[in-house]
Structure formats: structure tokens, C-alpha cells
Design a protein around this ligand. Structure first.
Ligand code: ARG
Length: 643
């Protein structure tokens, strides 16, 4: 078994640069035990070891052992699992085993790693793999001539705000969850394309452009493009709404009179100029010129788009997020929209109704999805129509193996309509590669100053509270070189951790006091766990490069052993997080580790103990710090060294 294990190690030898995305292969120490146990179980059960390896599952609590064999999974007929578990436990050769002990535990056989061996393999493995610990190998780059070969490719579409509109709670969650999924797939060996599908097209951008001509300021635009465009949009929209009122009233009156057979010439004469001069009509005309490719109209729109993206990029960077592609509704090609529509009509999926084109999903066994209009009476396509074209465009361009849409549950019907239509229109293969990660809403994202509208404001509001909390400990605060930068990171951590704590599909209450607290399972608490380990290393003047020679057999205390056992679980936790696609799987583990650490410090002191023991404990702490760091950065956090 050791031979097999080492071979895997050698294959990965070449990779020494270990940052996320560079795809190094680190060993999962638990796999070594899996192999060892499976080889010893094989003759007892008369099964191949390769069949038994996947049946050895990690235990969520350490008192249940380090690996469990659920005996029922062996599917042995005619013998109750409890009895078989006992038999296995009795037959397993333990007298010469330096690696594991075991007990029958009801229908399970529970295996415990022997501390001495665990410590001496695990700790050096973490200390040398560093950021690669918990990551998975890749099978090589994708072959452009044959997309089915090699590394798998996933598009994660997330964040996707609308230009000149609010960045609301839904966009915040999509950004946080999507950023996490992109990192997760990356370290698990996938090629990830991070895509931002902007809401950047439609009549409202005609309205915005006209508004800018009236109220816009180049200076303000340069200063804060997103806030300024929003302000312009609100202003012009007010004017438009005021104009809409009399227009709609006149239209109603005309309709009523017509129905009664009365003469409406006079009313129509009144209506025409009102409509002609309305902002709505001007916006329509402007957008029409954009659609027709008018260079001047497009140049202004392009400027708004570019500047908004520039501003967003800065804010995303604060969250450790970068996009590979800024696509958006504007980028969907007209010819592809036409192709989709022609196909839907030819296949009798879309039908005409009252001048518009719609899909009645009840005719395709999906009554729940109701009806969806895909072309308006005035001939313009809709949000869904663009998505229908975009999904195929992306498949043609990127040959993805998987595509994930991180979109709020308010759009469940929209996304289901998108997938269903794609499926029944002859692209079942594409639809099957797509997945909607649907999340619940954030409630109460408002502050004393009113509702927050932009990502930067959200962060600033939390940061204010964070600074107040930090200042309560004057000594620590004064020791910080750049308290503002620390507050910035802690605020962002607070927001992200609160967001990632619950199940993705559940919503939560945006609670600034709760998320910024240092007690409880909060972002600051997690940061504190990391900062404390850094502080221990600083105070001990630790030479981290010398820890490889530590005598780990000196770690005898149950606190040390249990901490090591928790560290061994990390690669399996990451694997399991990929299965559940739930960030809370990882976060729960990190909090458990933080608790285990804080209860260890009194028992495992560094400063004041013998030099050799000090070194061994530092090796353990540095391994713990590395695992915390790996987990936190996977969640998108920036671990701090002091706070
Ligand atoms: N821009 C949209 C909104 O703010 C979200 C886009 C979601 N993605 C998609 N492919 N439809 O509501």
C-alpha cells in the first residue's frame, strides 16, 4: 500500500508552486489509511480493496472515529449488519498494526488512527504542501480539437448586476456564493470561466443616455460612475413617470370612448404631441438607434458600461473576486436571437398570441412553468429570449462541461423556463449540463441612513460598526499598523461569513451587530483564530523553515492529537463541499477547528515550554494555521495576521 501511495506522490513532485489555481496535487493523508484498511479488510470480506476504499467514510465527530465502514453498504445478505460489524472487528489483524485501532459500533466499524503515525505523516504533509493541502489533481489541459478530453470546464455565471440600477442583496449573495463556487471548482481541478452577465441592454439605457445629456456631469462620472449613473437614472425616471400619468389617462379615455363609438379625434390630437415629446418615446428612439448600430449612441452607452465595469472591478477585488468575462444582455448576438426564435417557431414550440410570440409550457408537460412571452407585440425580444440565445452561444464558444447560474430564487421560474425551452427545442445535451444554484433572499439590508444601494455602501456601513467594535480594545487597536485596512477586511469577512453560514437555499436576516461580533460563529471570530496563531508564532520568534525537524512524538496530549485528527479531515471536507455545493459544509468545519484551537492554548503552551516541545507544538500550530488559511481563502476571505 505504501508503494501505491508514494507513486501518487511522485507524479505530483514537479509541482512546487502552490497557489490556488496552479493545480498542485497534495496528498490526502486519509486516503493512505483508507488504502491500508481496505487491504486488510479485503481477505476478511473476500472483496477487492478497490471496492472497499470508497466505502470508508469520514466521521463528522471525532468520538465516532476517523473512518467508518457502514456495514450495510457491503450488502451481505442474511446477516444483520451489527453481527457482521462484530465479526469484522474480531477478524481484523490488530496485533501488528501500527496505523489503526478499531471497534464495532452498532452497524458500523469505526477506525481510529494511531496518534504517533498520524502526527508524523500528517504534519509534514501539511507543512510542505502548504496552500495545496486539500486541493485535487488535474488531468491536463483541455484539448481544443477534442473538447471531451482532459480537464473539465465549467462556466460559473454570477453577480450579474444591472447598469445604472441598484446593486441589491440578490446581487451581493450571487457574488459571494458564485465567487466561492468558482474557487472550489478551481482547486478541485476544473478549468473555471467566471462570467458576469450584466443587465446592460434595453430601453432603459436610452432613457439613461438622454438623462445624462440633461443632468449628467463628466466629472461626477469619473469620480463615482455607478452612483452618478444611478442618480441620473432616478432623476430622468421621475420625469418620465410624471409624463406617463396624463398619457395613460388619455389613452384610457380614448379606449373607453372608442368602445362607446364616440369620436376621439380631438383626444388623439391632444395625445400625439404628448407622446412624441415624452422621455419614454425619446428613450425608445434612442434605444432603437442603439439596436441599429448608431455609432454615437453606442459610444455613450459603451462609455457607461466600461466605466461601470471599471468601478465594479475595484469593488470585486475587495472581495477577492475577478471575472474572466464581462458578458451581458447587450452581448447576445441579434442573429443568434433570430436563430432561436426561428427554431422555436419551426418546431411549433412558440405560438402567436395577440401579436406577440409566447410559449405555453402546459403543452410540454410543464404546467407549473405557466406561459412566457418571448417576443413583444412591438417585435422586441425579452430577458428570457436573450438568455435562450446566450445559453447556446456559450456552449458553442466555450464547449463547457457544466454551467452554473447563481441566481436568486425569485427567478426560479425564469431559469426553469430557460432550461426547459432549451431542452425541448433540440438541445437536451446543453440543458443537462446546466444547473441553477438558487439562493434565498437577504432580508433587512437597510441601515440607520436608509436602504443601501451599492456594494461599496454596504461594506462601508458594516465597516463603521466594525471600527467601533475594534476601538473598544484600545491597546490592540493602537498596535495595528493600518487599522483602517484591517477594519476593511474584517467588515468584508463579517458580511461574507454571515452569508455563507446557512444553507444556500435559505434566506437570512442581514444583521450588522451580529455579523461584526467577536463572539459566536462570526467572521471576526474566524479571523481571530487565524490572527492568534500568527501571534503565537511571532511571540515565540518561530523559525517556520526549521519545523520540519520537530520531534512530533512529543505531542502526547489529547488536545494535540484531536487537533491533528481534525486537520487530517480537511481534504475530505473539501471533497464533500464539492458534493453538497454548500459553503456551510466547509464553514462549519472551520468553526469546529477554531473551537478546538481555542480550547487547546492552555494545554499546549509554546512560550515557556522546553525548546523541543516548543518546536513540536509550533509545527502543529503552523499546520493548523495553514489549514485555516486554506479554508478561509477558499471561501474568498483574506486571513489577517493581526487584529
Ligand atoms: N441581471 C439580472 C438581475 O439583476 C440577473 C441575471 C441572471 N442571469 C441570467 N442569465 N439571467 O435580475
Amino acid at each position: 500500500s505504501a508503494a501505491k501511495y508514494n507513486m501518487a506522490a511522485e507524479i505530483s513532485e514537479g509541482f512546487t508552486s502552490l497557489s490556488i489555481g496552479q493545480m498542485a496535487k497534495a496528498k490526502n493523508p486519509v486516503d493512505f489509511y483508507r488504502q491500508h484498511i481496505a487491504e486488510r479488510l479485503a481477505p476478511i470480506l473476500n472483496r477487492k480493496d478497490s471496492e472497499l476504499v470508497p466505502l470508508l467514510l469520514w466521521a463528522t465527530t471525532l468520538d465516532k472515529g476517523d473512518l467508518n465502514l457502514p456495514v450495510a453498504a457491503l450488502r451481505v445478505k442474511g446477516k444483520p449488519p451489527q453481527d457482521l460489524a462484530k465479526e469484522i472487528a474480531e477478524s481484523f489483524p490488530t496485533s501488528d498494526d501500527t496505523l489503526v485501532t478499531l471497534i464495532a459500533n452498532g452497524p458500523f466499524v469505526s477506525f481510529f488512527f494511531k496518534p504517533e503515525h498520524l502526527l508524523k505523516t500528517l504534519i509534514p504533509e501539511i507543512l510542505t504542501s502548504k496552500t495545496a493541502y486539500g486541493t485535487n489533481p488535474v488531468s491536463g489541459l483541455k484539448d481544443p480539437s477534442d473538447p471531451s478530453k482532459g480537464q473539465k470546464r465549467v462556466i460559473v455565471e454570477f453577480s450579474s448586476p444591472n447598469i445604472a440600477k441598484e446593486f441589491h442583496a440578490g446581487h451581493l449573495r450571487s457574488t459571494i456564493i458564485g465567487g466561492f463556487l468558482a474557487k472550489l471548482y478551481t482547486i478541485m481541478g476544473w478549468e473555471v470561466i467566471r462570467m458576469n452577465y450584466l443587465g446592460d441592454w434595453g430601453k432603459q439605457y436610452g432613457l439613461l443616455a438622454n438623462g445624462f445629456k440633461q443632468f449628467g456631469s463628466q466629472e461626477e462620472l469619473d469620480k463615482n460612475s455607478i452612483a452618478h449613473l444611478f442618480q441620473v437614472y432616478v432623476q430622468i425616471n421621475k420625469i418620465k413617470s410624471a409624463q406617463d400619468e396624463p398619457i395613460n389617462e388619455l389613452k384610457k379615455e380614448i379606449k373607453e370612448k372608442k368602445a362607446k363609438g364616440e369620436d376621439v379625434t380631438e383626444l388623439e390630437q391632444k395625445l400625439t404631441p404628448l407622446v412624441e415629446e415624452s422621455e419614454d418615446e425619446k428613450a425608445r428612439k434612442y434605444f432603437k438607434s442603439m439596436e441599429d448600430g448608431d455609432p454615437e449612441a453606442l459610444a455613450l452607452w459603451q462609455k457607461f458600461r466600461d466605466m461601470s465595469i471599471g468601478k465594479y472591478q475595484k469593488t470585486y477585488a475587495r472581495l477577492n473576486i475577478e471575472f474572466d468575462v464581462y458578458s451581458g444582455e447587450s452581448q447576445v448576438k441579434a442573429e443568434n436571437i433570430k436563430k432561436v426564435l426561428d427554431n422555436l417557431v419551426a418546431k411549433n414550440i412558440a405560438e402567436e398570441s395577440d401579436g406577440a410570440l409566447l410559449i405555453d409550457f402546459s403543452k410540454f408537460g410543464a404546467k407549473k412553468l405557466n406561459k412566457a412571452i418571448i417576443v413583444r407585440r412591438d417585435g422586441t425580444p425579452l430577458y428570457l429570449t436573450r438568455d435562450l440565445a446566450a445559453i447556446l452561444e456559450r456552449h458553442d464558444q466555450y464547449h463547457f462541461d457544466k454551467m452554473i447560474y447563481v441566481v436568486a430564487d425569485q427567478q426560479n421560474e425564469h431559469v426553469a423556463q430557460l432550461f426547459k425551452t432549451t431542452d425541448i427545442s433540440g438541445h437536451k445535451d446543453v440543458a443537462e449540463k446546466c444547473e441553477h444554484i438558487s439562493f434565498g433572499m437577504v432580508k433587512g439590508m437597510s441601515t440607520r441612513k436608509g436602504t443601501v444601494k451599492f456594494l461599496d455602501d454596504i461594506i462601508q456601513t458594516v465597516k463603521d460598526t466594525m471600527l467601533e467594535t475594534m476601538m473598544k480594545n484600545e491597546n490592540k487597536y493602537n498596535a495595528l499598523e493600518d487599522p483602517d485596512a484591517v477594519a476593511d477586511i474584517l467588515a468584508i469577512t463579517a458580511i461574507m461569513v454571515q452569508d455563507l453560514t446557512g444553507k444556500v437555499r435559505n434566506g437570512y436576516e442581514f444583521n450588522i451587530n451580529q455579523m461584526t461580533a467577536f463572539e459566536g460563529d462570526t467572521g471576526p471570530y474566524l479571523q481571530y483564530a487565524h490572527a492568534r496563531l500568527c501571534s503565537i508564532e511571532r511571540k515565540a520568534n518561530a523559525d517556520l523553515s526549521a519545523l520540519g525537524s520537530a520531534d512530533l512524538s512529543l505531542l502526547q496530549e489529547s488536545h494535540a492529537i484531536n487537533l491533528a485528527r481534525a486537520l487530517a479531515q480537511y481534504p475530505d471536507v473539501v471533497l464533500n463541499t464539492l458534493k453538497t455545493r454548500e459553503p456551510s459544509t466547509l464553514l462549519t468545519y472551520l468553526f469546529k477547528m477554531a473551537h478546538a484551537l481555542s480550547s487547546s492554548y492552555d494545554h499546549l503552551q509554546v512560550v515557556g515550554s522546553e525548546p523541543e516541545l516548543q518546536k513540536a507544538r509550533l509545527a502543529l500550530y503552523e499546520a493548523a494555521r495553514q489549514v485555516l488559511w486554506n479554508g478561509m481563502t477558499l471561501l474568498g476571505l483574506t486571513p489577517v495576521q493581526r487584529m
